[in-house]
Design a protein around this ligand. Structure first.
Ligand code: F6P
Length: 329
């Protein structure tokens, strides 16, 4: 069998682990893997390389993706979908493995409608793909964000400051909730629920009568309801910082973790998950599966349709939000 493989969307730790697992499992089945460079762009432009087991030697611990990635979406470019289908036909690809988050997998669903056999693997540090309990990259990003919050405690406490820490997550607050709970934050702001900054400021003023500092973890897509001139140009974290500083009078600083969260070596948990999904997707392809994404449900590897995987973002459930707020004092 001839398998195609691409990694699309934002890079994250664990993509190379998926590539390694796909190539080695395929090789065990006597199959060939053609890797397309820079996500869907490589399929559209026929930019590919044959991946051998030897080529995937020593990539397990390396972040990013040896294939490169992009946010290129064929539907946004005239004739690109047709060119992508032509490439796959010319390369005699029996099934294409697409490793991506919501945007890349939505493109997969659309192109699958042209009759191409596609299988998905979920990855994003945002952890918001439906149909899986975990996405590749999330565990590593969570560890990085938690370490950052841990380190910020010392400056916050030494200087009696409020520190706003902005983490990634434009649709869902998985990283904010995870790093906020694990790092002992004093407030956690997420896209899933609106925040009243006047109430939050009152809470901080009350808190500072006892402890002289606070850490506020904010998802980049948090629903903070702050507008005005500053709101047009600064990040959500910047707006929260300015608003809280004005309301409390406390020295308030912003730390935006940004792409630091997507870099570096994957954690052991991400390596295990990426390997399980990479093996499973190749086995599913050999079993004749089509139009599905492999994922994790509890401890089991399962699969869901690409349509279900891309229908909505997977949000943080109420119980976890409740836990996130339960110890905020
Ligand atoms: O999609 C994952 C993500 O990390 C988001 O949390 C963030 O909004 C976005 O990527 C940033 O992407 P880029 O690197 O393209 O600016």
């Amino acid at each position: 069998m001839r398998l195609g493989l691409l990694t699309g969307g934002g890079d994250c730790p664990g993509l190379n682990v998926v590539i390694r697992a796909v190539v080695r499992t395929a090789s065990g089945h006597g199959s060939t893997v053609i890797g397309y460079r820079h996500g869907w762009h490589g399929v559209t432009e026929a930019d590919s390389v044959e991946l051998t087991a030897a080529a995937t030697h020593a990539i397990l611990a390396i972040g990013g993706t040896m294939l490169g990635t992009s946010r290129y979406h064929p539907a946004d470019h005239d004739g690109a979908t047709e060119r992508a289908v032509d490439t796959l036909t010319r390369d005699r690809i029996d099934a294409l493995v697409v490793v991506g988050g919501d945007g890349t997998l939505a493109a997969a669903r659309e192109i699958a409608e042209s009759g191409v056999r596609i299988l998905g693997v979920p990855k994003t540090i945002d952890n918001d793909v439906s149909g899986t309990d975990r996405c590749v990259g999330f565990d590593t990003a969570l560890a990085i964000a938690t370490e950052a919050v841990d380190r910020i405690h010392t400056t916050a406490e030494s200087h009696d400051r409020s520190m706003v820490v902005e983490v990634m997550g434009h649709q869902a607050g998985w990283l904010a909730v995870g790093a906020g709970i694990a790092g002992g934050a004093h407030a956690i702001l997420v896209p899933e629920e609106p925040v009243d900054l006047a109430e939050l400021a009152a809470h901080l003023r009350h808190r500072h009568r006892r402890d002289s500092y606070s850490i506020i973890v904010v998802a980049e897509g948090a629903s903070v309801g702050v507008d005005g001139a500053a709101g047009m140009t600064t990040s959500v974290g910047g707006r929260v910082r300015a608003d809280l500083a004005a309301r409390t009078g406390f020295e308030t600083r912003l730390v935006v973790l940004g792409h630091v969260q997507r870099g570096g070596t994957p954690t052991a948990a991400d390596r295990v998950l990426a390997t399980r999904l990479g093996v499973a997707v190749v086995e599913a392809a050999h079993d004749g599966a089509c139009g599905v994404m492999v994922g994790l449900a509890g401890d089991e590897i399962t699969s869901v349709s690409l349509a279900d995987a891309t229908s909505t973002a997977r949000l943080v459930p109420k119980e976890l939000l409740h836990t996130a707020h339960a110890l905020l004092r």
